[in-house]
Design a protein around this ligand. Sequence first.
Ligand SMILES: Nc1ncnc2c1ncn2[C@@H]1O[C@H](COP(=O)(O)OP(=O)(O)O)[C@@H](O)[C@H]1O
Ligand SMILES: [Mg+2]
Length: 255
Amino acid sequence: MISIQHVSKTFSPVGHRGADATAVHALNDINLEIADGDIFGIIGMSGAGKSTLVRTINLLERPTEGRVVVDGQDVTQLAGADLRAYRRRVAMIFQNFGLLAQKTVLANVCFPFLAAAGKVTEADRERALGLLERVGLKEKANAYPSQLSGGQQQRVAIARALACDPEVILCDEATSALDPKSTNTILKLLRDINRETHVTLVVITHSMDVVEKICKNVAVLENGRVVEQGPVERVFEAPSAQATRVLLGRVDWDA
Ligand SMILES: Nc1ncnc2c1ncn2[C@@H]1O[C@H](COP(=O)(O)OP(=O)(O)O)[C@@H](O)[C@H]1O
Ligand SMILES: [Mg+2]
C-alpha cells in the first residue's frame, strides 16, 4: 500500500532572488491511498502536477512537506543503500520510452541488472529473454531501439521495468506518444501483467479513455490539488468536480 500523506511540493527559483522570482506550488496537500495490486489513475490537464506527484513516489522529487508511506515505512526518510533498494521496488515507464539508443533491445532489458549488480549474468540474460517473449518481442532482442516502432519500444520499456520484479510500476503518459492501436496494445499488456503478477500500476494520463480502459480507481488533479477521487465507474457516472467533467468532455469545448 502506498499512502501519500499531506504531500506538498514547492519549486523555489534557484540562482537569483529577484523580485520576479516566484515559487511554483506544484503540489498542495495531496492525500491518496493506492492499494497493492490496484491500477490507479492520476488524471489532469498539462501542468496539473501529475509528473511531480508520481516522482514523489520513487523519490525522484522530495516532497517539501508531507510523507510517502509504503507498507508502513516512511520512504521520504530513506537514504543511501536503503533508498537504492526502495527504488528497485518501483519501476517507471515514460512517454518517450527512455531506451538507450546505443544498446540493443536485450541490453536495454538487462540494464537494471547492470545498474544493480555491476554485471549481467547468463541467468539475467535468460530472464530478460523471457520478459521479451512475454511482451512479444523476443525476435527483436538484437535490434536497436531506432529499428522499432513506438509501440514496440514501449513494450521493451515494459520488459525492462519488469526486470527487477517490481512491486509498483509508475507509468507517466506511457501511451501519449502512440497511435490508438498501439495504445490499446500497451494498455492490454499492462492490464494483463497486473492480473498475472499483481504489480501495482500507477497510471498518469491526461486521457479519460485510458482511465476508462484500465484503471480501477482514479484521482483527478487540478492545480496541484486532488479535486476528486474514487472508483472509476463512480467518477464516470457522477463526476463531482468541474475539472472531471471537462476531462470527460461533458463541457462544451467553446463554452
Ligand atoms: N523542476 C521543476 N522546477 C520548477 N518548476 C517545475 C519543475 N517541475 C515541474 N514544475 C512545475 O510544476 C507544475 C506541475 O508540473 P508537472 O508535474 O510536470 O505537471 P503535469 O505532469 O501534470 O503536466 C508546472 O507548473 C511545472 O511548470
Ligand atoms: Mg507530466
